[in-house]
Design a binder for this molecule. Structure first.
Ligand code: PLZ
Length: 450
């Protein structure tokens, strides 16, 4: 096997030797601007050469601390040993047959792992796809085939992708939907339990928001027209909103009582990210269908819909698929990623990251009132920034300024949130504690310099 030049063998250190981005990145950025469509953005245009553990190296020789994991993908670290080993072996054997033409074992093995790891002990089946959006679209197709109904219910602040149906399911206009309509019909949006911004306070939020959502579904859509309710158990792009306690179980029960397929979109929150295999386990919610992607395959494109066998089998033979869905190399990578999660007990690592981060961020909040809220679980942690803790007026400018200051110091952080005022932290679960603390030092210094 080829020797690893990146991955876990990379020196685990921050190193800033040029301005960020440096001169070579700027040159590449000029080439990029000439030929890459302007609609495709980049958070930080430093061009990557290698990455692994908790760092990303760029063409100018800088080594950045990674608090992004390529948007919650490289949970096992970049080029993790088992991912590279299994994917490399698969590359040498065959790269593609199309599972719909001649099948292979890797696809089946991934579906076996999904049946074992996802919540609930009922009989489960899966179908594999290439992207998160594709998985969500297929979950809706399956739910419609099963229920013979059409309506889909989604939530304020929800994010489910950029394809036509998933744009309709996504809440935020800019940048995801603006000018790209018309959108798919039969999509209905209802309130979510956003504790920090709930008018009567976080204690009342779960039951009150559930009652409002259910009232809107019953009165405006009609429960027996609803095929699926689709929700992220921790809302990702919308601002790392953990629905207030009681909300998810209540909505899941309502779905069950009304023959509606309850779909948990765990594309961002799944696979150890929140310190559990899946975030919905936190309140013991067992979804009918669960969509996964991102962390599942250590950086290779793979996504899945997993769920109750009788629902998954509702689509007629030939009704689900795609040329590349469950590509053999991506499946091999997924088996390597899952092996790594088990062997390194990455749920425990995620919980430790939460402990360190929340401890440090809580101390910062006492000094910097711009931090309105600290939330999230495991290695999916965010802070919501406000102009004044009393009014909670969103402060997107501070989020942008802080991200910029962190980037200049060699710490990659991402923003999110409907109001653009949330800084989110998604380190690889294998990051060392020294780097984690160094990253938090940089964040603290950035607050001091605001
Ligand atoms: N569902 C919950 O988080 C992807 C989007 C980044 P794809 N989130 C990152 C961007 O700006 O495009 C996501 C998600 C949840 C679905 C998706 C979609 O997954 O693999 O990007 O299609």
């Amino acid at each position: 096997m080829t020797e690893l030049t990146g991955g876990p063998s990379l020196p685990q250190e921050r190193r800033v030797v040029t301005a960020i981005p440096g001169p070579k990145s700027l040159e590449l950025q000029a080439r990029r601007t000439a030929v890459v469509a302007a609609g495709v953005g980049s958070t930080l245009p430093v061009f990557t050469t290698r990455a692994g553990g908790g760092v990303i190296e760029d063409v100018d020789g800088n080594s950045l601390i990674d608090f992004g994991s390529g948007i919650a993908v490289t949970s096992v670290g970049n080029s993790a040993e088992a991912v590279v080993r299994r994917a490399t072996a698969q590359l040498a054997d065959f790269t593609h047959t199309c599972f719909m033409v001649t099948p292979y074992e890797g696809y089946v093995a991934v579906c076996e792992q999904l049946a074992e790891l996802t919540p609930g002990d009922h009989a489960k089946k899966s179908a594999l796809f290439n992207s998160g959006a594709e998985a969500v679209e297929n979950a809706v197709k399956i739910a419609r085939a099963h229920t013979k109904r059409q309506a889909v219910v989604v939530f304020d602040h929800g994010y489910h992708g950029r394809t036509n149906l998933t744009m309709a399911l996504t809440a935020k206009n800019m940048p995801y939907k603006h000018g790209f309509g018309p959108f798919a019909p039969e999509v209905y949006r209802v309130p979510v339990a956003y504790g920090y911004r709930w008018p009567t306070g976080p204690e009342n939020c779960g039951p009150e928001a559930a009652a409002q959502a259910i009232d809107q579904i019953t009165k405006q859509v009609g429960a027996d027209n609803v095929a699926a309710i689709v929700i992220e158990p921790v809302l990702g792009e919308g601002g790392f909103i953990e629905p207030a306690k009681g909300f998810l179980p209540r909505i899941a029960q309502f779905a069950k009582d009304n023959g509606i397929v309850f779909v948990a979109d765990e594309i961002q929150s799944g696979f150890c990210r929140t310190g559990q295999w899946f975030a919905c386990e936190d309140e013991g919610v067992v979804p009918d269908l669960i969509t996964t992607a991102k962390g599942i395959a250590g950086g290779l494109p793979l996504a899945a819909v997993t769920g109750r066998a009788e629902i998954m089998d509702a689509a007629h033979p030939g009704g689900l698929g795609g040329t590349y869905g469950g590509n053999p190399v991506a499946c091999a990578a997924a088996l390597g990623a899952i092996e790594t999660m088990r062997e390194l007990d990455l749920n425990a690592k995620a919980k430790r990251i939460e402990e360190v981060m929340k401890g440090r961020l809580t101390a910062m909040q006492e000094k910097f009132p711009v931090i309105g809220d600290i939330r999230g679980r495991g290695a999916m942690i965010a802070i919501e920034l406000v102009k004044d803790p009393a009014t909670k007026e969103p402060d997107a400018a501070s989020a942008a300024a802080l991200a910029k200051a962190c980037h200049a110091e060699g710490l990659l952080v991402l923003t999110c949130g409907t109001y653009g005022n949330v800084l989110r932290f998604l380190p690889p679960l294998v990051i060392g504690e020294d780097l984690l603390n160094e990253g938090l030092d940089i964040i603290e210094a950035a607050f001091a310099g605001l």
